[in-house]
Design a protein around this ligand. Structure first.
Ligand code: BDP
Length: 679
């Protein structure tokens, strides 16, 4: 054997097999591993025992390199819920919690600090989660596809369950536990009734049994017509005793299999889904009937407020109009789950005016981690700033300082349970989320659900160091890129409050010219209203008056073109092309510069990324590099499509210091047709 051959063997075969693959499969959990096969000294111990304590001990014994750790259950810390205390005296660190899972969270906290190279000599901290239920919503279908999923097929292999158990189920639970996520809805809100068949419930049980080790509770989305479809009841009328009985029996069957089952998520009378209104009943009648079935087992109903009936009223107003009159009618194990904005997970929306408007009904937020409207898993968009923007929004419902965070975390409206949710971006792709940076959004949601006071920057910092490297030559520029990335998407897609001008159906590229669809409020022209006089949706008193749904002084602030924040200007106002913006530019020019800034910033991201090559592994470097190329091309596509189209109304030149369009508008219109064809 010659030397060359041996080298080759070492670098191509031996080395890759001893080094963990850098394919993103490890997420942010790239801890060092204690390789001593014979552990002379246990790194972590506990006098108590339990399955989740064992998991916590295993994590520490495998990955913790610091001083000895003792895990303790102490019921006196009950007020911390599943939070914990960590104290150190130089020799010993104790993690104490009233709940087993709190010890697991504490263990992951230590590992996070280890990754950040924190000084732990006299560590002393107390953590209490911001929300009780921190839940992912999977929009996974039983046939393995995922609605709005961009990371491959579903992780849940329904055909193989319950006999074959993928190792990824446990990895998934572990990843969630590492960031404090303690609940998951397994299936799409557009729910197949089949999920409630005995056959599927057995499969769900298998997942629940694995997830339980990591403190992750299972919930299901259910179809309101289930009793009729599965049980043969005459209808699904919530006041029909036969229907009530069917739900009671079904719930009993579920709890027999899964004693700690969480409850149901329900999309009813929304986008064609069945619901109580089919029988002349209200959302409260529907939610209460199902909540009553869950009540004996402490289960809850998360009832979605994402409704817009086929009326002529501004779509942005409809959830409020539907739900405010029902305030006070919901039973106490119902929470109303409200999307962050009043339309639909746009790159930027004002907050949903329903927050704070329900005074006697618990409310929870629904974010979307999967990037349905932010470039799928092709665009780098770090969403913590979007999540924070909503959580920190002041609704003024109970005077100044009534932020959405405080309205939903129990501070302003004491609630039996508090919750926060987000639509997951997880699929069976090796790197889980399709884009390495999309992992940061799963991470950020978990961290904010645990502690909504964390800043976007702190979270990005943690995530980068754990996921890539703590070399500051990497961390500093990459963090800057992440922190600006959501705003950059807004700039090249829909700046200044423009919204929902996406291509029909798939929502990937631009289609501002879309003027015909199944409903008026599925077209783009409905939202941007561009004409020869200007652009934007008049939601002031002279228009749809959606501003009236906001508490004072926001209704005035948003309603007045002079005081409306410019990043929401075209959301609330129809504005003349030559309107003078705060920086002195006309609206048309400002729009052009915004799109251009978006494109230029993505170009900058490419430069930043290319310079990171020496600091990380080749595989992830190249994969992100190639995604950024797509993003750069798409940004130009968005800019050209929107500016060339809006220019047909503004009839003004694109300022001459801006890069010229490289597409013909007519060609861009054809791209959309091709994509639609493939969709
Ligand atoms: C929209 C999605 C659609 C979902 C719906 C929902 O386009 O696929 O079913 O929201 O949240 O954003 O119910």
């Amino acid at each position: 054997m010659n030397l060359k051959y041996i080298y080759c063997l070492f670098f191509m075969v031996v080395l890759p097999s001893i080094l963990p693959a850098e394919d993103g499969s490890q997420l942010w959990l790239r801890y060092p591993t204690n390789r001593n096969n014979i552990q002379t000294e246990q790194k972590a111990t506990s006098e108590q025992s339990g399955v989740t304590i064992s998991v916590a001990l295993k994590e520490l014994n495998l990955h913790w390199t610091g001083q000895r750790v003792e895990l303790r259950i102490d019921k006196k810390l009950k007020a911390l819920k599943d939070g914990y205390e960590i104290k150190g005296n130089g020799q010993l660190i104790t993690v104490t919690s009233a709940q087993e899972v709190g010890l697991l969270y504490g263990a992951f906290h230590l590992l996070r600090l280890q990754a950040a190279k924190a000084n732990l000599s006299d560590i002393n901290l107390t953590e209490k989660p911001s929300f009780d239920i921190r839940i992912l919503n999977h929009w996974d279908n039983l046939d393995g596809t995922i609605e709005r999923g961009y990371a491959g097929y579903s992780l849940w292999k329904w055909d193989e369950l319950p006999n074959t158990v993928s190792p990824r189920y446990e990895e998934y639970a572990r990843a969630n536990a590492s960031i404090g996520i303690n609940a998951t809805v397994l299936n799409n809100v557009n729910a197949s009734p089949d999920i409630l068949k005995g056959e599927y419930l057995n499969k769900v049980k298998t997942l629940a049994d694995i997830f339980r080790l990591y403190g992750l509770k299972v919930y299901l989305s259910v179809n309101f017509s289930s009793p009729k479809i599965l049980g043969g009841t005459k209808d699904a009328d919530p006041l029909n005793p036969e229907v009530k009985q069917w739900w009671a029996n079904k719930v009993k069957e579920i709890y027999k299999l899964i004693p700690d089952f969480g409850g149901f998520l329900i999309k009813a009378n929304s986008e064609g889904q069945p619901g109580p209104q089919d029988y002349g009943r209200t959302h409260a009648d529907g939610a209460n009937m199902i909540a009553d079935a869950l009540k004996p087992y402490n289960g809850i109903v998360m009832w979605r407020a994402f409704v817009y009936s086929p009326s002529d009223d501004d779509r942005a107003k409809q959830a409020y109009l539907e739900f405010v009159p029902l305030d006070g009618q919901f039973h106490d194990n119902v929470i109303i789950q409200i999307k962050n904005g009043p339309i639909d997970f746009q790159p930027r929306e004002p907050f949903n005016p329903l927050f704070g408007a329900l005074r006697k009904t618990p409310e929870m937020i629904e974010f979307q981690i999967t990037q349905e409207y932010l470039g799928f898993s092709n665009h780098l968009a770090y969403l913590a700033p979007l999540f924070k923007e909503t959580l920190d929004s002041d609704t003024y419902s109970d005077g100044a300082g009534s932020t959405i965070a405080k309205l939903t975390d129990g501070t302003l409206r004491p609630a039996k349970v508090t919750a926060i949710s987000a639509v997951a971006n997880i699929g069976e792709d090796t790197n889980w989320c399709g884009h390495h940076f999309a992992q940061s959004n799963w991470y950020a949601f978990g961290r904010l659900a645990w502690n909504h006071q964390l800043s976007s920057e702190e979270i990005a910092d943690e995530w980068i160091r754990m996921t890539f490297t703590d070399d500051k030559n990497f961390v500093t520029p990459v963090k800057e890129m992440m922190l600006t990335s959501r705003e950059t998407v807004v700039d090249y897609m829909m700046p200044l409050g423009i919204h929902h001008i996406f291509a029909e159906g798939h929502h990937y590229g631009p289609q501002p010219w879309l003027s015909e669809a199944g409903r008026k409020d599925w077209t783009s022209v409905y939202y941007h209203n561009a004409d020869n006089t200007g652009i934007g949706f008049d939601r002031t008193e002279t228009g749809s008056n959606a501003v009236s749904q906001y508490f004072s002084p926001l209704n005035k602030i948003y309603g007045n073109i002079e005081t409306c924040p410019e990043n929401l200007l075209l959301w609330f106002h129809h504005v003349p092309w030559n309107y003078q913006m705060k920086n002195g530019k006309t609206l048309w020019d400002e729009l052009c510069y915004k799109y251009d800034t978006g494109v230029k910033t993505v170009r900058e991201y490419q430069k930043i990324w290319d310079q990171t090559e020496p600091y990380i592994d080749t595989q992830r470097f190249r994969e992100v590099q190639s995604k950024l190329k797509i993003q750069a091309r798409d940004a130009v596509w968005w800019k050209d499509a929107c500016l060339l189209y809006f220019q047909t109304f503004s009839k003004q030149p694109i300022p001459y210091d801006i890069e010229r369009p490289v597409h013909e508008l007519d060609d861009l219109k054809k791209i959309k047709l091709d994509m639609k064809h493939h969709n």
